[in-house]
Design a protein around this ligand. Structure first.
Ligand code: SF4
Length: 372
């Protein structure tokens, strides 16, 4: 474990550097625990530049926890649309309702925060240190990398023992005074200087104390021993049209992208005809036309693309519309929150080159109408 003198020196150098170089981010203008919470959840797995406009829009529409608690889920998801990992938005909503219904103020203890949906050790540490000035550590991906390099740690960064060790170091380092600023300084160092791949050591304020820099090659740290296995796929996405309306389906709760709407799709059968697949999976019969372009998609361990088929249905036969389905007009699409691949399809439909001039009228019309 690090020596006290070393800890003090790193605290001082890092705090001084942060005071001079921190970026002016909208959530840094406040210590309102609600705003800190929203920003920290949005920043998980998402880049700062992407989060800024979402955060501003969110705080305008849901400025307080009570306003979020009162909102409907569809509207909450709509404000999250495009940020991905939608369980984060649903958990924010559920937690806001939970806090609002208890009639208490925003929780300021670790136990109470950890009992809320979507709040783990990291988010609790961020809220407590930044908003409530409590001496709590926080470790995100940036901080894991910074500590692995500062202390020349070569064990698998995803191993429980390594994670415990780094949480221990973070606890030892967080100071009594301005703990929130120090935690943010560590994250900022990881985001701006001690970046993944080649760190910018020549600009680093703690270079003289960095064991990774002094003793090895920090660009090789941290070490990831277990490589995630990627499974490729190739499938179809269907624009099933009947009387000018298009079929969309809501994904089941509890699944990846649960609760979001999408055009029916299959992550298989790229070599089958879309007519056959639509009959097999949707029990609909119609003439299919493959549209130009492909939709690239990535979920969990899957990476691949969808070919796009427009299926024109003369009638729906005996098929009943299911509870999780809607037939929508193109101009109604903006009311729904779509999964990422379906949003890509909608963008493609809107693009100038997607429908050649001779495309059949109704679909060409759909292309210009979808998401005006
Ligand atoms: S000296 Fe280099 S490796 Fe060490 S903390 Fe600074 S940027 Fe990271």
């Amino acid at each position: 474990m690090a020596q006290i003198a070393q800890i003090k020196k790193i605290q001082k150098l890092l705090s001084r550097w942060y005071a001079r170089h921190k970026r002016a981010l909208p959530w840094r203008k406040t210590r309102d625990p609600y705003a800190v919470w929203i920003s920290e959840i949005m920043l998980q797995q998402t880049r700062v530049d992407t989060v800024i406009p979402y955060f501003k829009r969110w705080m305008k529409r849901f400025p307080t926890m009570q306003s979020l608690a009162k909102a409907g889920e569809e509207e909450v998801l709509k404000h999250w649309e495009g940020l991905g990992y939608y369980s984060r938005a649903r958990n924010l909503h559920r937690a806001a309702k939970q806090i609002a219904s208890s009639g208490t103020k925003f929780p300021d203890s670790k136990e109470a925060l950890l009992a809320l949906p979507g709040i783990g050790k990291y988010t609790a540490g961020a809220i407590l240190s930044i908003a409530f000035d409590q001496r709590e550590p926080l470790v995100d991906g940036n901080v894991f990398r910074v500590f692995a390099r500062l202390f020349n740690i070569h064990s698998d960064i995803e191993a429980l023992s390594t994670r415990k060790k780094i949480w221990g170091l973070a606890s030892a380092f967080v100071p009594e005074k301005n703990p929130g600023d120090f935690n943010q300084a560590l994250m900022e160092l990881g985001a701006a200087i001690c970046v993944p791949g080649a760190p910018r050591c020549l600009l680093c304020p703690v270079r003289s104390l960095c064991e990774g820099f002094q003793q090895s090659d920090p660009s090789r740290l941290p070490v990831f021993k277990v490589k995630k296995k990627i499974e490729p796929f190739s499938g179809w996405m269907f624009l099933a049209e009947h009387n000018g309306r298009y079929l969309i389906q809501k994904r089941p709760e509890g699944q990846v992208m649960g609760g979001l709407w999408e055009f029916p799709s299959k992550m298989e059968g790229a070599l089958e005809t879309p007519e056959k697949l639509v009959w097999r999976h949707l029990k609909l019969r119609g003439d299919a036309q493959e549209l130009p372009g492909k939709i690239k998609a990535a979920f969990t361990k899957f990476r691949g693309d969808y070919r796009i088929a427009h299926i024109r249905l003369k009638n729906l036969g005996m098929r009943k519309t299911q509870v999780h389905e809607q037939w929508i007009l193109p101009q109604e699409a903006g009311k729904y929150t779509f999964s990422a691949p379906s949003r890509k399809l909608l963008r493609l439909l809107k693009g100038p080159t997607f429908f050649p001039p001779k495309a059949e009228a109704p679909l060409a019309q759909a292309g210009t109408l979808f998401f005006k």
